[in-house]
Design a protein around this ligand. Structure first.
Ligand SMILES: [Zn+2]
Length: 163
């Protein structure tokens, strides 16, 4: 999937797990971009080119980084370093990335190191369906279920404070 689809899914997962907390949403958003660290054209990989070279050389693309083991390792390490809530939010975003990639033709080695690719091939990465249906629908869903209620809550509190 495209990085922006992953980001929207990661933010949605972060919202489901942690609510509308900017720090936790940022952690979930970052987590949703990390699995493609092994790809030179990924959002992070294109900005820090040495990372895909190292990750791809050690793990291969859509290898260990696209697995439940990596999700648990990331969530555990971040949780130990910066707290359970941040680790959980980042793991939620990371897991959302894996769920998105599972819907592509390539699938993901979810149970790595077992050599089984898990896939429900509904979407071609960057294809018309993703660009014009999946990404807009995910974005509208995130805005409708997460952003609008929060914004209306703030507006309501401000209006109550003003009156
Ligand atoms: Zn990926």
């Amino acid at each position: 999937m495209m990085w922006r689809s992953h980001l929207v899914m990661g933010l949605g997962a972060g919202y489901l797990v942690s609510g509308f907390d900017p720090v936790l949403l940022a952690a979930a958003g970052l987590g949703s971009l990390l699995p493609d660290l092994d790809h030179p054209n990924s959002w992070i990989g294109s900005r820090i080119p040495i990372l895909p070279t190292i990750a791809r050389g050690v793990l291969g693309h859509r290898g260990a980084l696209h697995s439940l083991a990596a999700t648990l390792a990331l969530g555990g390490i971040i949780g130990l370093l910066w707290g359970r809530e941040i680790g959980l939010a980042m793991a939620a975003g990371y897991l959302a990335h894996l769920a998105g990639d599972m819907l592509t033709l390539s699938g993901v080695p979810l149970l790595w190191p077992l050599p089984v690719m898990v896939r429900i091939p509904l979407v071609k990465t960057g294809g018309l369906l993703e660009r014009f249906v999946v990404f807009p629908a995910l974005t509208l869903g995130l805005v409708y279920w997460a952003v609008l209620p929060e914004v209306s809550g703030y507006v309501g509190r401000v209006m109550a404070w003003l009156t």
